[in-house]
Design a protein around this ligand. Structure first.
Ligand code: NAD
Ligand code: ZN
Length: 366
């Protein structure tokens, strides 16, 4: 570690911050399905970096792709790699130029490290940086006791939010970004896919003034959660004609806003069919292959507006996310499981099963 200021070296000014060991437990990805919990060196930090002791790290759909070692993961990830990118924790060391936030701070982080120099970054659009580097995908991540993060990516967080809430600010930000991209106040809103991010959009759409919220989701457990979070109508695409039902619910007009949070090709087709003329679609879900859409009837003649949603706007979305949490929005029912890191196999099985909302790992729990 070079040029590090740690709690110890600051003369015990932050006595609550534990000593930094040289080795740590981490979930390492190799070029095969699954992952290996092993002892690895605590990551070194550079002058503009901080070292975070991870208090909670939640599992994202991307982590499941990496865990399963599917085609996307094989092309993108270079093993061996510690993965995991949604997290919160405490700053335990800071490089010589990382002087803004300080050792002892409770933080989450924007996981997309923008280059700061490309056309988009220079135009205030860091969330679509062409040379983005993602924590836990392109560089060592947070399914570990410690993670190294550039100070400029840290998001200081109020300690009144427990670790399992602080860690979900990142995916909640995806939901906030998707929902607020479209004009939701007084509108009918259809959410396709009640995975954790789709579930987050339910109270966000409600708080933003949605008139009625419809959620489409095949997994019964997640439909129940959607109802609990405030969905007015939940639709099972396996047993109902989704488009007919949405037209029926909107007096034949179609829905004003679609939040596409599934990435499922069938759902994407239904989303455009159920959209009213002049409607808006926020597309966050990532299809695993190119998808055919009826552009003429679904988009062009409808005069539809499509918003592609990538990550979170930096830092606009983070401020909005914090605002929703500070207003008292309770997302705790969506966090269905909190497990120590060594139970990662159970955790990933739960994520794959659809019998879960957000699953959170605790890398420093015994
Ligand atoms: P998830 O996989 O847990 O949720 C997707 C949900 O869609 C599941 O509950 C699934 O049962 C449901 N679904 C499947 N078929 C459906 C259908 N025909 N109709 C309606 N729902 C259907 O994932 P998540 O973590 O909630 O993320 C949601 C999506 O967003 C994923 O595709 C993920 O890859 C993507 N994502 C995008 C970004 C981004 O920046 N654009 C960031 C994070 C995640
Ligand atoms: Zn850039």
């Amino acid at each position: 570690m070079q040029q590090v200021r740690s709690a110890e070296r600051l003369g015990g000014a932050h006595t609550s911050v534990p000593r930094i060991p040289e080795q740590m437990e981490a979930l390492v990805k190799y070029a095969e399905p699954g992952a290996t919990l092993q002892t690895v060196p605590v990551p070194p930090i550079g002058p503009t970096d901080t070292l975070i002791r991870v208090m909670a790290a939640s599992i994202c759909g991307t982590d499941l792709h990496i865990y399963r070692w599917d085609q996307w993961a094989q092309h993108r990830v270079h093993p061996p790699m510690v993965f995991g990118h949604e997290f919160c924790g405490e700053v335990v060391a800071a490089g010589s130029e990382a002087t803004r936030i300080g050792v002892g701070a409770y933080v989450s982080a924007e996981t997309h490290i923008a280059c700061g120099a490309c056309y988009e970054c220079l135009h205030g659009l860091q969330h679509i940086c062409k040379r983005v580097e993602i924590i836990g995908v392109d560089r060592p991540g947070a399914f570990a006791q410690y993670v190294a993060v550039p100070e400029r990516n840290l998001w200081p967080t109020d300690r009144r939010f427990p670790p399992e809430i602080a860690t979900i600010q990142e995916p909640m930000g995806n939901a906030v970004h998707s929902a607020l991209a479209a004009p939701i106040a007084g509108a009918t809103v259809a959410i396709f896919g009640a995975g954790p991010i789709g579930l987050f959009t339910v109270p966000i759409a409600r708080a933003t003034g949605a008139a009625r919220i419809f959620t489409v989701e095949p997994a019964p457990f997640r439909r129940q959660l959607a109802t609990r979070m405030g969905s007015d109508v939940v639709i099972d695409p396996g047993s109902e004609n989704v488009v007919s039902r949405l037209l029926e619910e909107t007096e034949g007009e179609g829905v004003d806003v679609v939040l596409e949070m599934s990435g499922n090709p069938g759902a994407i087709g239904q989303a455009f069919s159920a959209l009213r003329h002049g409607g808006h679609v926020s597309m966050l879900g990532i299809p695993s292959r190119p998808v055919e859409v009826d552009l003429a009837d679904g988009v062009i003649f409808k005069g539809a507006t499509i918003h592609g949603i990538s990550g979170r706007r930096i830092w606009d979305t983070w401020y909005q996310t914090r605002g929703f949490l500070e207003s008292g929005m309770d997302l705790s029912p969506i966090i269905t499981h909190v497990l120590p890191l060594h139970q990662f196999e159970t955790a990933f099985d739960l994520v794959a099963s659809g019998q879960s909302g957000k699953v959170v790992l605790l890398p420093n729990a015994s």
